[in-house]
Structure formats: C-alpha cells, structure tokens
Ligand binder design. Sequence first.
Ligand code: M6R
Length: 608
Amino acid sequence: MCGIVGYVGDRPAAETLFRGLRRLEYRGYDSAGIAVHEGERISVLKRKGNLDQLEPYLGWFPRRGGTGVAHTRWATHGLPSKENAHPHLDCGEEIAVVHNGIIENFQELREELLSRGHRFRSQTDTEVVVHLVEENYRGDLLEAVRLALRSVHGAYALVFMSVREPGVLVGARRDSPLLLGLGEGENFLASATLAFLEFTRRAVALENDELVRVTKEDWELVTTEGKRLERSPYQVPFDVTSVEKGGFADYMLKEIYEQPQAWQDTLRGRLSRSGVLRIEELEEDHFDLKRIRRIIFVSCGTSYHASLLGRYVMENWMDIPVEVDISSEFFYREPRLDPECLVVAVSQSGETADTMSAVRWAKNCGAPTLSVVNVVGSMMARESDGVLYTHAGPEIGVAATKTFLAQIAAIYLLGLYLGQERGLLEPEFIRHTYERLEALSSRIEEVLQDTEMVERCAEKYCRCEDFLFLGRNINYPLAMEAALKLKEISYIHAEGYPAGEMKHGPIALLHPGFPVVALIPRDGVYGKMRSNVEEVKARQAPIIAVATRGDSEIRECCDETIYVPEVEPHFNPVVIAPAMQLFAYYVAKMRGCNVDQPRNLAKTVTVE
Ligand code: M6R
C-alpha cells in the first residue's frame, strides 16, 4: 500500500508530484506529503488526511522545475498523523525519502541509530532508512542507499533525493512495485504507471534488489551488488483518458458501466477460424497441461470469490480436483505441491503481498504457477511461470468491480482451454460455449440499463444495519461477493452464505429488520432455493429476490424482486454481479459514503 512518486525535470515539481499522487490515492489516503529540493534545502509539506488536505498549501512551493518526492500513505507503523506522513528527512535535513512497504527490523535498527546519536521525528518504520543512508553518505547517493540497504530486512519501494546532488533521484525496490517513467527531458519514479501516464507512456519496471539513479536526461540501473544492468523500456498499454471519470460521479460507477467492454476485451480473439481456442500465453514450454493432476487457486478478497467460482466451472468441465485457498492461509495447511499441481494466482493488481508469497512458495515446491492478473508487468505477472491477462483497463475505485467480471471471463476461458488441451471437451462444445460467453456482454449491458428496481430496493433498505446474502452452487461465491461489496463501501454488516447452511446457525439472526437477498435465478437448485426463501419468510425477515426475468412465481413470495436476463445456468453470476454491485453502490451513496475511497482500505495490499 501507499503511493510514492519522484520527479526530476523542468515542470513545476510540486504540482507535477501532486498530480501523480492524485492518481495513486487509491493506494492509501490517511496522510500525504511532498518534499521539493529548493536551493540549499529541502522544503517539506505534510498533512494528515487525504490529498484534499494538502492541495490548498501547494502554493507554498515555487512554480518551477526541480526535483522532488511525494507520498500518499496507508498506515502500518505509527498512527495516521502529520509527523508520521512521508517524506522523512535525515538529521541534517539533507536527504529525503518516501517508502512503500514494511521495514521488518526497524525496531532493532532504530535502537542502534539512537545509540549513535540519531534523532527521530516519527514512529514509522521508514525513518530508519533515511538515517542509515545519512550514515553511509560519502558524496554518492546511489552508493549510500546501496550500502544502507544491506542492513534492512523487509519490503520496500524507496525514492531518495539529496541537497548535495541536485537533479538526482535514487530508487530501490524489494517486494514492492517501483516503475521508472521516461519522458522528454524529465523522468519519474512511482508505485504505478498511472502516476506519470499523463506525461509519458514509456516505462521500465524495477525488479527485486535493483536500484536506479535517475536524472532528467538519463538513468542507470544496478543490482544491490553494484552490477550495472541494461533494460529496454516498454510502452504502457493504455493512455490517460482511460483513468479519468468520463462524466460519472465516481470511479466505481464508471467502472461498473465499463463491464461489457472489460468482458469483451478479456475474451477477444481467442478462438481461431478453425475453432481451436488459443491462449498463446500458456503455450510455453513450462506448461505441460496434460500432466496436471490438480489445480489450486490462491487469491484474496474479490479475487478469491472469482476463484471459488472457478472451482465450479473447472470441476464441471474437467476431470481434475480443484482447490481454492485464501492466499494468507495457504501455507498453514501445508498443501503438498509437485510439478503436477498447477497453482493459479488470481489478482487484479498482481502486487498483493499474500498472493505473491503463495506464488513464491508454490514455485519453491516445484509447482508450475499461472497468474490471472489485470496490471500488465506487475510483480505477479513477472514472477509466475505464465500469465493470463484480464483486459479490464485500470481500476481506480477501491472496490473491485470490472476486474471481478474480467476475472470470471478469464477463468471460463481457462476452463475451456484446459478442457481442450486435455482432450475432455468436444470442439463443438468449446466453440458454442465461447460464442455464448461473447454474447453475455449484451446481457451485462441490459442489467446496467435497467436499474430502477435496484435503486428502489437500495432506497427501501439503505438504513438497515445487517444483510444476509444467500446463494447455492455457482451463485454461492456471488453471495459472498455481494456481501463484501456492500460492507466495504457502505459499512453495513453483511454476510454471504450458502443458502443450505442458513438453517445451521444464521437463521437465528433473522428478524423483520434484517433483509435477506436471495440469489435465485432459474437453474438446477431453484427448488431448493425456494424452500430457503420460505424459511426466511416464516421468520418475517424481508426478502429481496434476484431472479430470472419472467419468473412471476418468485414475485409472489418475496418483498422485492430484481430481475436479471435469462442466461444459461452456469453464466448466472455474470448477470447477477453487476446488479449486486449497483445495489451496494446506491446503498453507500444514499448513506453518504465515499465509494471510491472507503475508510481503512487500500486498493493494493502490499503488506502481509
Ligand atoms: O489486487 P488483488 O485482486 O490481489 O486484491 C485482492 C483484494 O485485496 C481485493 O479483491 C479486495 O478485496 C477488493 N478491493 C474488494 O473490492
């Protein structure tokens, strides 16, 4: 978490850094700060709260080019406060640093530094690093950082500047993302390409244990051993217009409405004229898909719900057992992994620390790893043996919406592909299913055009403090996702449950002020869901049914009905998801919540 930016060039430095921070605010927003090199000193501005608290003071900085670093924070060590906001300075106030990650041995380092006379101004783990660099500085910032990092354990993306070396930035990374943006006569360092996208699309990704020295005309990449490296820049595959709100009130709403496109883009161009499904990314040598005897999905949050759905699809289409683990729990059960077990990591950001650790652990055990990722060039994409990209475009709202649907599209695709490669699915089935999948984009569009009932339900129930979402079979993960969406943006307590499990406990909670949302499309478990709806009704809890258009029977026994288009049963989640995202969105807006930046959350969770 946290967003960092560094700038060197001729634009007004503070303003340029601030624009970068705005794009990274999704990574954390409890405090923020900017430091700019001015003459013989470093001027620092910090504020508690989000960037709106910082903006009115930007005029303090002169409107001229220069060198600077900036930070938007999601607290790990030390409360959100002005003192703990970055950038942090050394004792002599000659070096500034911004940091994303966690310095694990900071207590020990801090005690050592205190005993050598250093004074600390914050409670953060970060501050030790700038003091270590100060101790190692002999006229070369890159070398000082390299030496200082020898005693640092943990995860970091760091950017430094020093008054002794005007026009120079030094970056370093281990396990947290750091990207170099290459402009004309100006350069950037940032946690994500979004921060410099309006100025340049040429980027270089730093790998673990690499450092970079950047001036406005040049850059030099070295390892922590001091070895020089060559690396070609790449072109970021989208431009700045794709990260604007485009007339929508919030990023979340815009992204919900981008789902038909995200769905199409993720599926596009995979079926050859001869009817063979092609996923070039998986045709590399390291994947002998016929040899795979087991699949394990690892993921967190919304991506975990997409993975759960994947289990239903894959087990249905294939002969292999599929397991799904929450990444942060993966190690504890010590799963036995071997080269015949494919570990599939699902992650929007491709930077989630828990999922990254699960991937590394799987690799150490010799299991092939595949990541389903949205951010091109992210750490997970680079470190996995193979990557299947979702093409949802940048997602800024903290709540995952379009990337969830894109993950589902990728997982259906993967299921079909594995079935094809293992000779289990007939070509005709594959072609038919692929075409049906493509056609779903119009069904998603229909859900997004017909929001009246969703809004009405939101209005009627937005003051309730508890919700229960029920689903069976492939819609059970959707019940969990709908509950997560509601709780994360509206702060309402919500639970997603397998409908059959309700009678084993949660039914005790029900009362007339506790609405139950029943995901009950026409499918093979419709009858069983009907019985559960009756059980709820008997406890006088209000029921909102999410049902297949044309189902008039359900209307009779529920308080409200949200209709979704009729699709094949195993595609129901695709039309239910947007309806439930909109429901959460309207409820949160009606309660006055900031849907793009919910409290306590960050878009990318780079700590374990
Ligand atoms: O980037 P990832 O998909 O790995 O992130 C995983 C979760 O942090 C994420 O899905 C989170 O639950 C969403 N913000 C929920 O909307």
